[in-house]
Ligand binder design. Structure first.
Ligand SMILES: Cc1cc2nc3c(=O)[nH]c(=O)nc-3n(C[C@H](O)[C@H](O)[C@H](O)COP(=O)(O)O)c2cc1C
Length: 363
């Protein structure tokens, strides 16, 4: 893999410039993180929503499984203003709730669990042996001192060059430039009041971020294979961070519905909306997403997610893809079930072949 080795590989202690994007709420199991790291890339946990103890246990397990380089991702968020109330939201979703056998009117709100802070999660992960911190959705200033204490690099995910410059001012050691194709939440630090965030594609974003900062840039969004890795390197990125491609890895804990749904999706199958969690994210367009997009708005980051929890659980239990909110990128149709180590090797080998071919060395 000598052709692919870049300075950021040395910063992260990896052999292959491929990162598993930290994905909250399940997919990034210790088995997946460890498999990517053992294959020479960097496995990253998505810690948002977990307890500090659970994150520490997962990092420890990945180490037991042979990972020496382990990342932890946190989403840096603040509460935002609700646009509707639980009763109005339930009315908008009444037919979905009925179809899933759920009560159409919500019960009294459950006491909201106190979520672990980003700092708590990062501290627990670093204490357990994580070697890299990545951030999304906000300025990494909040956790920078913790990373410094442990002597590990901070990779800040951004959606614009301005955010990249700001993150560098906060001490980021590398930038993950997240293009509009990306699955999951938009990395944008601040959300305009109309919910419309910048949607700059990876091809346009990466070179402009590379030109704007003096630290290594990692490309993210729509990169599904060796063609994407070779293209990202050509744009000046030093590595890639992939979410959607790893969702279907054998070791991923994404619900089976993802495995059934993703490989058949056309590139037009996703949509960015803040209606599902209170912050803009790219979702597979299905019945529940359409209902929410056309609905009354969200209850704010945190409450909105909790309000949909029973729908999510019932859709998974009953195996109904139309009612499960599924985060995925525009490249979803290129994902397929495969061991994570094979994904890393296949992408790296394909990229090397392309680079050789373009250099006239023919393979
Ligand atoms: C299911 C899913 C969950 C995600 N969760 C997170 C997360 O917890 N934190 C984060 O910073 N980014 C998250 N992302 C975004 C990824 O970091 C990354 O930007 C994106 O997956 C790259 O685009 P791709 O999906 O086309 O590879 C998530 C993406 C997906 C698909």
């Amino acid at each position: 893999m000598a052709l692919l080795r870049t300075p950021v590989c040395d910063l992260l202690g990896i052999r292959v410039p491929i990162l598993l994007a930290g994905m909250a709420a399940g997919p990034c199991t210790p088995e997946l993180v460890a498999a990517v790291s053992r294959a020479g890339g960097l496995g990253v946990f998505g810690a948002t929503g977990m307890t500090a103890a659970a994150v520490a246990a997962d990092v420890a397990r990945a180490r037991e499984l042979g990972a020496t380089r382990i990342g932890v991702n946190v989403q840096i968020t603040r509460p935002n203003t609700p646009r509707t109330d639980p009763g109005t939201l339930a009315v908008a979703l009444a037919d979905v709730r009925r179809a899933l056998g759920l009560p159409t009117t919500p019960g009294p709100p459950l006491p909201a669990p106190v979520p672990a802070t980003a700092r708590d999660l990062v501290a627990a992960a670093l204490d357990a042996g994580a070697t890299v911190v990545t951030t999304g959705l906000g300025d990494p200033a909040e956790i920078r001192d913790l990373a410094d204490t442990y002597g590990v690099p901070v990779l800040a995910m951004v959606a614009t060059s301005a955010e990249a410059v700001r993150a560098c001012g906060s001490g980021a050691h590398a930038i993950i430039a997240q293009g509009a194709e990306a699955g999951g939440h938009r990395a944008s630090f601040e959300i305009p009041t109309d919910g419309r965030v910048p949607l700059v594609g990876t091809l346009a974003l990466v070179p402009q971020v590379v030109d704007a900062v003096d630290v290594p840039v990692i490309a993210s969004g729509g990169i599904m294979d060796g063609r994407g890795l070779a293209a990202a390197l050509a744009l000046g990125a030093q590595a890639v961070s992939l979410g959607t491609r790893f969702l279907l890895a054998t070791e991923s804990a994404a619900p089976d519905i993802y495995r059934v749904s993703l490989p058949h999706l056309p590139e037009t199958a996703t949509i960015v909306t803040d209606a599902v969690t209170g912050r803009p994210a790219r979702w597979v367009r299905n019945t529940i997403i359409e209902r929410l997009v056309d609905g009354p708005g969200h209850l704010g980051w945190g409450p909105q997610r909790r309000a949909l929890e029973d729908i999510r659980a019932a859709a998974i239990a009953q195996g109904i893809p139309e009612y499960l909110p599924m985060l995925a990128g525009q490249g979803a149709g290129m994902a397929r079930e495969q061991d994570a180590a094979d994904i890393v090797a296949e992408i790296a080998t394909e990229a090397e072949g392309i680079i050789d071919r373009l250099a006239g060395r023919g393979r």
